[in-house]
Design a protein around this ligand. Sequence first.
Ligand code: SF4
Ligand code: SF4
Ligand code: SF4
Length: 312
Amino acid sequence: MSSLNANTGRVNRLPPSTAFRYRRFPGYVLGFALFYAPFALWTKALGTLLGDPVNANIHSTCLRIQLTDLFSGKGFNVLTVYGMTFVILSATALLAGPMFCGRLCAAGATSEYLSRLVPDRFKIDWTNYVNPTGIRYGFLAGYLAAPFAGGSIACALCSYSMLERIMTGNLWSATGFLASSAIITALLWLVLFGLFTKGGRGYCAYMCPVGAWQSGLHALGAKLPFTYKIRYAAEKCTGCATCVKECPMNALKLSADQAAPVTYNRSGCITCRQCVASCATGALSFAQGADGWKRQPLIESLEPDVIAEPAE
Ligand code: SF4
Ligand code: SF4
Ligand code: SF4
């Protein structure tokens, strides 16, 4: 928080990274109001516009359900709340990365901001041990394949559904929260992968198929020069590691390469721009053009000193 400068007698402003974290917060509150019961303002407005009366809750815009319907051949009607939401989020991800995740998704933000309550020494950066990319896309593949195997999408595994149940006090529906597998989701999302994970977004990094879908589109879109992406000017980078510490997805790592001290995992990036706001030298930006990154090496190939936590 702010403090008094002994020399000038003026109140210091917040560090840029902290100020930016506060500036991101209203977007998540807006995201909650847009998509979640009891508000679901986006759902109500779009439903009225399209003449598509749907329930005003998170399930009516859930990309998981839409993806499953699309890939299982149930059909796809763009002029519905489901369809329009799917198209807009997919187009956004193609053009500017998973900005829904980085700036609007209340479920991801809940675990991230709650994790700030736990001292860093109690948190684990799982990405130092298990590469999230394969697991993340594996969950997405599982969701897409489930209907073909006679299964259905699993709302009990869903952080969206869990957040809505918590916020509406509906924890005891169906078979009862404590008796259902949903409690595992809550423990993973909020506790193990939330409170006790560096950045607080372990669920996003490993388990969320909606994030994986957007990241896949971002990986394709980022190859095009006119799309927006996180860009890195290695010649301006001092290797201070502030961005590495600030990234809630642990998508940035220090490397041993002094010419380009930071590597990047685009598949784990939610384009929240927390790193850009934290970089004092202007080495990071969110802009059109080539990205300038070296690909993050596989975890197995990193030297121990490279994967160690950067010094404060
Ligand atoms: S990865 Fe999933 S839970 Fe995380 S911010 Fe994105 S949509 Fe939300
Ligand atoms: S915050 Fe900027 S200067 Fe520091 S390591 Fe990251 S990119 Fe380099
Ligand atoms: S690399 Fe930057 S933009 Fe991407 S998730 Fe990390 S902090 Fe956010």
